[in-house]
Design a protein around this ligand. Structure first.
Ligand SMILES: CC(C)(COP(=O)(O)OP(=O)(O)OC[C@H]1O[C@@H](n2cnc3c(N)ncnc32)[C@H](O)[C@@H]1OP(=O)(O)O)[C@@H](O)C(=O)NCCC(=O)NCCS
Length: 439
């Protein structure tokens, strides 16, 4: 950061997140690679920070590379039959050893408290134990998977008691059965079930890639469960780790978890960037809302008029006749909630200047403050980007700050496309704001 003003501005900007995260439960899951390759040190710093901000943290670690290394040393390998992992006695011994070692390494790194490091003054208690009850996967397609298990139950009450005491709970991919057997579990199964049972506010997977890629290769910033399912239907194009974790994110969100995040484990500070910045760095998955956001059709004209007329009467929006709206309806997006048009926005292209105008952004009074305006804006930006526009501008008399808080900056009339400048109404004195669509 260049100067203290910038620092102060940044620090204040994260205050709303700090308030909203206090007392919330986050389940953070990562593969054994993070520990094997030394990346857990940075994560420990960030987990320490979350813990000190009052976030209730549950960590779930994997052990795959550690198990594979031990098996290789023994001259054996994890056996897969028809794509299913078989844990025989030798493999189980390696899993137990690996889980023990990784757990101890994690606990050691979370116990650091050296002065002049981000861990200075940290006094973290890590709680681990028999929180996970498992059952055998049994015989699948004629193959006995032996000690490979799946989660049967998570002792959410016991985990909550530890979290109430401000402990960080650490879960390993191991579960015990009431018969005293030990089972090798997948970290994603443990993390997902724990998040569901705890009704966690967030389930965060640290993955190998940057997030869920879209058709054009760029990373999806956010997906609803419905959209995530559509992406999964084209699974052949997805990176392997996304094919493991995206279905878990969907299961979690349909099971009551409020948000699931897929972020890169390779990017230092990815966790903090995802949590404390508006746009984040990975892919956010949210439960499918009852609302739908879609391009408007001629049948929506009545609903849009009903929404914008009161705002036109108050001089907040420029008047549009029904005829004009009917002609321009394909420029509109609408957000429908239970059959009611709750919000709309229009995008007018100025291709000669690689720009588009966001106009008529409106949310009905009874639906305000639920993020509808923001969703309409994000969708309009997506459409603008897809159409190849480099910037989005908006003219507003009352909502300048709303746009500024979402990345727009005030600019002068001269930045408007020529055609728009000619139409500028000097009586309205609208402010002109713009936002770059280039990342
Ligand atoms: C601007 C508008 C679209 C926002 O819709 P919304 O669905 O309520 O927006 P969101 O839920 O995404 O955001 C709500 C937040 O914005 C804030 N906000 C709403 N209007 C604001 C304004 N005019 N200036 C600054 N902040 C504003 C709310 O206080 C709320 O803040 P919080 O999250 O800290 O509580 C809506 O207020 C509206 O229809 N305004 C009238 C039309 C208009 O001015 N359109 C812009 C010109 S095209």
């Amino acid at each position: 950061m260049k100067n203290t003003t910038e620092f102060v501005h940044w620090f204040r900007s994260v205050a709303p997140y700090i308030h909203s995260f206090r007392g919330k439960t986050f389940v953070i899951a990562f593969g054994g690679e993070l520990v094997a390759e030394g990346g857990f040190v940075q994560l420990a710093h960030d987990v320490n920070l979350l813990n000190s901000l009052g976030v209730r943290v549950v960590l779930v670690h994997g052990v795959r590379p550690q198990v594979e290394a031990r098996l290789t040393e023994n001259g054996t390998a994890i056996r897969y039959v028809n794509g299913l992992r078989v844990t025989d006695d030798t493999a189980l011994a390696c899993v137990k050893e690996a889980a023990g070692t990784v757990r101890v390494e994690i606990e050691a790194l979370l116990s650091l408290g050296i002065a002049n490091t981000p861990m200075a003054g940290a006094d973290i208690r890590v709680a681990s134990g028999n929180f996970v009850t498992a059952q055998p996967q049994g015989v699948r397609e004629g193959v006995d998977l032996l000690h490979t298990g799946e989660v049967r139950k998570i002792d959410a009450a016991a985990i909550r008691r530890r979290l109430d005491q401000h402990d960080i709970v650490l879960l390993s991919p191991i579960g015990y059965s009431p018969t005293g057997e030990i089972f090798n579990l997948s970290l994603e199964d443990v993390a997902t079930q724990a998040a569901v049972e705890l009704a966690a506010d967030k389930l965060i997977f640290l993955i190998d890639t940057e997030g869920v890629p879209g058709e054009d290769g760029s990373i999806h910033n956010a997906l609803t469960v419905r959209e995530a399912r559509e992406v999964m239907a084209k699974a052949d194009k997805l990176p392997e780790d996304v094919t493991y974790y995206l279905p878990c994110a969907v299961t979690a969100c349909t099971g009551g978890v409020k948000r699931a995040h897929l972020i890169s484990r390779h990017r230092d500070g990815a966790l903090l960037s995802e949590l404390f910045t508006r746009d984040g760095v990975g892919t956010l998955v949210t439960p499918s809302p009852l609302e739908t956001l879609r391009p408007a059709t001629i049948d929506d004209v009545g609903g849009i008029l009903g929404l914008i007329e009161p705002l036109e009467r108050d001089g907040i929006l420029v008047r549009r006749s029904r005829e004009l709206l009917e002609m321009e309806v394909e420029r509109f997006l609408v957000l429908e909630s239970d059959g009611v048009i709750a919000g709309c926005a229009a995008l007018y292209p100025f291709p000669e200047e690689d720009a588009a105008e966001l106009a008529c952004l409106a949310v009905s009074r009874e639906f305000r403050g639920r993020g509808f305006g923001e969703r309409l804006l994000a969708e309009a930006e997506k459409h603008g980007r897809k159409a190849g526009f480099k910037r989005l501008f908006v003219l507003t008399t009352r909502s300048e700050h709303w746009f500024e808080e979402r990345g727009f900056v005030e600019t002068g009339l001269e930045r408007l496309p020529q055609r728009k400048q000619a139409l500028y109404n000097y009586k309205r004195k609208s402010k002109v704001l713009e936002k770059s669509l280039q990342s």
